[in-house]
Design a protein around this ligand. Structure first.
Ligand code: MG
Length: 214
């Protein structure tokens, strides 16, 4: 369940994840910013709560952190226009799109799907969700520290496609449902996690996510 900071809850639906939505991250992956958004999915069971200890999967030797703004959808929508997209947003949080980078690289080389690399159990830890009414308009800054070291720092103003554009695009292909979310892409600085690490992601001074790895 999504837990909102005002105490309400909502069942978790499909997690839509956007690839390469920050140019600097696309550069560090030696990949172009795509002409159309790259979308992949995580199932609801990929969710992990704040404070979780997440077991790194045995099938990977190189799991990366990708800190991302997560937008939770509060109403169903299809073919939503950009100017109407705000009405679908229930709130925002900060999350990690945990990625088995070695598995993903192999899948890319063979032209295979990313599901195992991206969607394994607990690969989507997300903070409590801040109701959108509490969030100021404009750019949101976010960070990720691992064992106290700053690893990633982003600002939503640097997105190639805005949250509203992403909602419009995703709803033009899929049907957005209440409880779905969109992982909006990661800025540069993705790197490996190890057993024993503690990661702390922060969305401005609004909300934090702490995750331990084993
Ligand atoms: Mg990502």
């Amino acid at each position: 369940m999504w837990t909102f900071t005002n105490g309400t809850t909502m069942p978790i639906g499909t997690m839509y994840c956007i690839g390469r939505n920050y140019a600097a991250h696309a550069r560090e992956m030696n990949a172009p910013v795509p002409e159309a958004p790259i979308v992949f999915l995580k199932p609801p069971a990929a969710y992990a709560t704040n404070g979780s200890t997440i077991a790194l999967p045995s099938f990977s030797t190189n799991v990366h952190h990708e800190v991302e703004l997560v937008v939770v959808i509060g109403a169903d929508g299809e073919n939503v226009a950009e100017q109407d997209a705000a009405s679908l947003i229930a709130g925002v949080g900060i999350g990690l799109d945990l990625t088995a980078r070695d598995v993903q690289q192999g899948a890319k080389q063979r032209g295979e799907p990313w599901a195992v690399a991206k969607s394994w159990k607990h690969s989507a830890p997300v903070s409590a969700i801040v109701p959108i009414a509490e969030v100021l308009n404009g750019a949101l800054a976010f960070t990720l520290h691992v064992n106290g070291e700053l690893r990633q720092s982003g600002i939503t103003a640097n997105m190639e496609r805005s949250v509203h554009e992403l909602i419009s695009y995703v709803s033009s292909v899929f049907t957005l449902r209440r409880g779905d979310c969109i992982f909006t892409g990661t800025p540069e600085g993705v790197a490996q996690l190890h057993a024993g690490d503690t990661a702390i992601a922060a969305l401005q001074d609004l909300i934090t996510l702490t995750v331990h790895f084993s």
